[in-house]
Structures are given as structure tokens and as C-alpha cells.
Design a binder for this molecule. Structure first.
Ligand code: HEC
Ligand code: HEC
Ligand code: HEC
Length: 412
């Protein structure tokens, strides 16, 4: 990959020395840019010099550099640049090739909490999506090409980039959708999309509610029973149920979520088959049951026997994973409110689920969302209904405690 093992060795020693010797700024997550100036990696990774023209294509390519997902670049044809990192307008004025090379190879050397991926590393990655396993994001030659391109980004007039971040919204905006800094995805929606959610006739999720209402009353199984046979009117029996799921199930001694409870009633009470995860029928019933708690506040139990599951869910949220080596917390805690490419990242709250996502053109569960976010960072998604996802669901519900149930909500 490097052309010679000797070169690879030299690079590793370089990185090793830098990591050991430099007095890096400790854990300052809000810092943009290099806190500590140092020489970086002066030796090019390849014999062939970098090509700025190729580098330009790489930084725009979604499968390769995709730097614009986080950084603005001086390219008039691209309007939807991210704001997670600073604009790169004049990095060529500010950094040497050696410094840029280090930044691309080992961003965590400068900031151990960095969200920026290490572009030429395969070591230390966790649960990488199969297609990307064992492969770095960029080859050594591509790194050199990107460095060559970055060095052309010079701006004679100004030495410092203009502020790239969109201003953070006030942390304690008061509305039912925002509690003590915890903000529902609703607060990140455009006015038009909020109205769509609020419109009892226009909200596309209402189709599932109607379907769920119909299934709730439908008799089935040998005894020709329906959900109503035992639970009666959902408006009373199911009111408040959604706010305390997932919860501890003493029979299996692990967590059970709402979808699993509905399926348990199907198999054990009605003695019919469980619905597959993400089937229209299961989404319809979970949306219907959830909607009986609309406006009620999330309040899951996380103590006692649930505590270990809660801790496991929290650890999942904090763990870096995938080829891009990011944790849920990177996007949804640290950079909530910033733009990833054109899209504002929310806190990733789950109070709206199941949600109608316009980009999916259908309703989806929390587990579908978790799998979507895992795949976005090129991490292996888990099977829907997996214990680890149910544990994560509990942590997410606690993290959004006090936010109102919105099902069926509308999201972009
Ligand atoms: C997931 C978001 C993300 C991606 C993708 C990303 N970066 Fe960054 N980058 C950051 C952040 C955040 C910083 C600020 C320092 C830090 O926290 O590491 C940064 C810092 C930088 C810096 C130093 C900027 C300065 O003004 O001091 C350079 C140069 C840079 N990135 C280049 C790139 C290039 C080139 C790519 C694509 C190959 C890229 N980045 C991809 C998030 C990202
Ligand atoms: C024969 C009686 C019976 C039928 C029919 C039945 N359930 Fe249940 N349901 C129960 C019992 C008993 C519980 C208490 C938990 C358990 O034992 O699983 C329960 C619990 C629930 C809960 C959790 C309530 C809470 O407070 O946590 C939900 C949700 C639920 N059922 C949904 C349904 C749905 C949807 C249907 C129709 C597909 C259905 N049930 C059919 C007996 C029934
Ligand atoms: C690379 C950044 C990134 C990472 C890492 C990430 N997500 Fe997301 N997530 C997004 C984006 C973008 C969206 C869609 C816009 C939004 O709602 O924030 C989203 C949406 C969500 C939503 C829906 C919020 C709503 O209101 O409907 C949830 C829940 C969520 N993410 C959970 C997670 C979890 C759990 C993880 C870790 C397994 C994770 N995300 C990792 C970027 C990320």
C-alpha cells in the first residue's frame, strides 16, 4: 500500500513520536483546528507526487474523501456544505503539507475526541461494515492528492476562515418539545414539516394509525379473539403505555420493547404468528398503541434490575464504530445543531417513534433508524429486535426523558 514497508515504518514512528511527545490540548471538544503546532509528517507516503486535480475530485466524492459532509470548501457549485468542521477556504495559507498529512492520517493526535475520521487507518476500528472491512478510506496516493489540493486553497486577503458554524440555538428554549436542553427532532424541523406533523389529516403517519385501529379490533386465531377482547378500548387501556418502554421483563430477565410486547400478545394470547419487525402490521399496531400516549412524557425506569441493560445501552451510544470511527454521541451530543452536508443534525431523540421519514416515504421503528445511522458511518448494523438495540432504545428513552410522545411524527 505504501510502496515500501520502510516508508510505512517511518510513518508509524513519526506518528508514534508525535503522540508521545507533543503537549496536546486535552479533551477540548469545541476547538477547531490545531491547538498545538508541530511539524507533522514531512515524508510523502508515495513516490508519485500528489495531484491537486485528483485531490479535488476525492474531497467531493461521497465514497472517498467526502470532506464537504463536514467542511465548507470554496466551490461555488456546492451549496450544502457541512458545518461540523471549519471552512477549509484558506488551509493552504495556514498549514504545511506535513501538517495536513498528519491531520488526515491521525486527527486524534491533535484532538483525542475528534469526530474527523483517520483517512488511512484500519487499526483499532470496531464493527466495520463488511464491504469496507480491512480497507482504509483513502489510499496513500489519494492522501497525497488531497494534500496537494488543500495546498492550493489559498486566500490572499484573509488569514483566518470566516465562522462556519451556524449559531447554536438557545439551549433552554421553552416549549413542550424542549425540556432542560433536551430537544425533540420536532424543534429542528422546518415550519412546513411541523405543520405536516400537526395536521391530523395531512400527517402521512395517520394511515398507519387507522390501519392499527382496524387490527386492534380484528378477531383472529382459533378462539376468534381480538386485542379488544382483553384490553377493551385502547384509549383507556393503552394510555401511558408508550412512555415506559422498553421495560424489564421478569420472565426473560431482560428488556422487552413495545414491538416485542405486541408480538408476545399475538403468540401467547391470540396464538397466532408474530409479525416480522418493520412489517406494515407491526408498525401500524405500535404506532396505534403509541399514539394513545401522544403528549405524555417519556419516563422509563433505569434502576434496579434494569440498570445493567441501561449501562450497556449507554456504552453502545458512546462507542466509536465503523470505518468512519464515530460514536452516536459525536453527531447527536457534540454536533447537534450543526449541518452534515445539507442536513441539520438533531439530538437523535426517540420520542417521535415510530416516525414517518420523508426520505424513507414510510413509517419506521427506532431499530430501523439505529441501523440507518450505523450504516451511514459504515458500521455493521444489527438485526432489528437485537438485544443490543433494545438496550440502546432504553438509554435513548432515558436521554429524552420528559419529552412528549409524538407518534406518529414526521421527520425529514
Ligand atoms: C465527520 C466530520 C469531518 C469530516 C468528514 C472531515 N473533517 Fe476535517 N475536521 C473536522 C473537525 C470537527 C475539525 C476540527 C478539529 C477536530 O476536532 O479534529 C476538522 C479539522 C480539519 C482541518 C484543520 C482545519 C483548521 O482550520 O484548523 C483540516 C485541514 C481538515 N479537517 C481537513 C479535512 C479533509 C481534507 C477532509 C476530507 C478528506 C476532512 N477534513 C473530513 C471534521 C471533519
Ligand atoms: C387473551 C388476552 C390478551 C389479548 C387477546 C391481548 N393481550 Fe395484550 N396483554 C395481555 C396481558 C395479560 C398483558 C400483560 C403482560 C403480559 O402478560 O404479556 C398484556 C400486555 C399488553 C401490552 C403492554 C401493556 C403495558 O401496560 O405495558 C400491550 C402494548 C399489549 N398487551 C398489546 C396487545 C395487542 C396489540 C393485542 C392484539 C394483537 C393484545 N395485546 C392482545 C393480554 C392480552
Ligand atoms: C455521522 C453522524 C451520525 C451518527 C454517528 C449517528 N447518527 Fe443518528 N442521525 C444522523 C442524521 C443525519 C439523522 C437525520 C437527521 C436528524 O434527525 O438528526 C439522524 C437521526 C437519528 C434519529 C432520529 C431522530 C428523530 O427525531 O427522529 C435517531 C433516534 C438517531 N439518529 C439515533 C442514533 C444512534 C442511536 C446512533 C448510534 C448508533 C446514531 N444516531 C449515530 C446522524 C448520525
Amino acid at each position: 500500500m505504501y510502496g515500501s514497508y520502510w516508508k510505512a515504518f517511518v510513518i508509524q514512528v513519526w506518528i508514534g513520536l508525535l503522540v508521545l511527545s507533543a503537549p496536546y490540548a486535552q479533551g477540548n471538544r469545541q476547538d477547531d483546528g490545531l491547538q498545538t503546532r508541530h511539524e507533522g509528517i514531512p515524508t510523502p507516503l508515495t513516490d508519485r507526487p500528489g495531484d491537486a486535480e485528483r485531490g479535488w475530485r476525492i474531497v467531493l466524492d461521497r465514497e472517498r474523501g467526502d470532506c464537504v459532509v463536514c467542511h465548507a470548501l470554496p466551490l461555488p457549485e456546492h451549496y450544502f456544505h457541512g458545518t461540523v468542521g471549519l471552512p477549509l477556504d484558506n488551509v493552504g495559507n495556514r498549514y504545511t503539507a506535513a501538517e495536513l498529512r498528519l491531520r488526515l492520517l491521525d486527527p486524534k493526535a491533535m484532538n483525542p475526541h475528534s469526530i474527523m475520521p483517520a483517512y488511512h487507518t484500519v487499526a483499532g476500528l470496531h464493527s466495520v461494515l463488511e464491504a469496507y472491512r480491512g480497507k482504509p478510506i483513502l489510499t496513500a496516493q489519494e492522501i497525497e492528492d488531497v494534500v496537494a489540493y488543500l495546498l492550493t486553497l489559498r486566500n490572499e486577503a484573509s488569514q483566518t476562515p470566516k465562522a462556519g458554524r451556524t449559531p447554536r440555538r438557545p439551549q433552554h428554549e421553552t416549549s413542550p418539545y424542549s425540556v432542560a436542553g433536551r430537544r425533540s427532532g420536532y424543534t429542528y424541523l422546518s415550519e412546513e414539516h411541523r405543520q405536516l406533523q400537526d395536521d391530523a389529516f395531512g400527517n402521512p403517519g395517520m394511515l398507519w394509525i387507522e390501519r392499527g385501529r382496524e387490527l386492534w379490533g380484528r378477531t383472529q386465531g382459533d378462539d376468534q379473539q381480538a386485542c379488544t377482547s382483553c384490553h377493551g378500548d385502547a384509549a383507556t387501556s393503552m394510555r401511558g403505555v408508550r412512555v415506559h418502554y422498553p421495560q424489564f421483563d421478569p420472565r426473560t430477565e431482560k428488556l422487552i420493547n413495545l414491538e416485542q410486547q405486541i408480538n408476545r400478545c399475538r403468540t401467547e394470547q391470540l396464538q397466532v404468528e408474530a409479525y416480522p419487525y418493520e412489517s406494515e402490521a407491526l408498525l401500524a399496531l405500535s404506532a396505534f398503541v403509541s399514539s394513545q400516549s401522544r403528549g405524555m412524557l417519556l419516563s422509563v425506569d433505569v434502576e434496579g434490575p434494569v440498570a445493567p441493560f441501561f449501562e450497556a445501552g449507554k456504552a453502545f451510544f458512546m462507542r466509536r464504530r465503523g470505518q468512519l470511527d464515530m460514536a452516536c454521541s459525536h453527531c447527536h451530543d457534540e454536533y447537534a445543531g450543526q449541518r452534515l452536508r445539507g442536513e441539520v443534525v438533531s439530538q437523535g431523540q426517540t420520542n417521535g417513534f415510530p416516525v414517518y421519514r420523508l426520505s424513507w416515504q414510510t413509517l419506521g421503528s427506532t431499530h430501523r433508524m439505529f441501523a440507518w445511522c450505523n450504516t451511514a458511518i459504515r458500521a455493521q448494523p444489527l438485526a432489528y429486535g437485537a438485544d443490543d438495540y433494545v438496550n440502546l432504545e432504553l438509554y435513548m428513552a432515558w436521554r429524552g426523558r420528559g419529552l412528549p410522545v409524538e407518534a406518529p411524527s414526521v421527520r425529514r
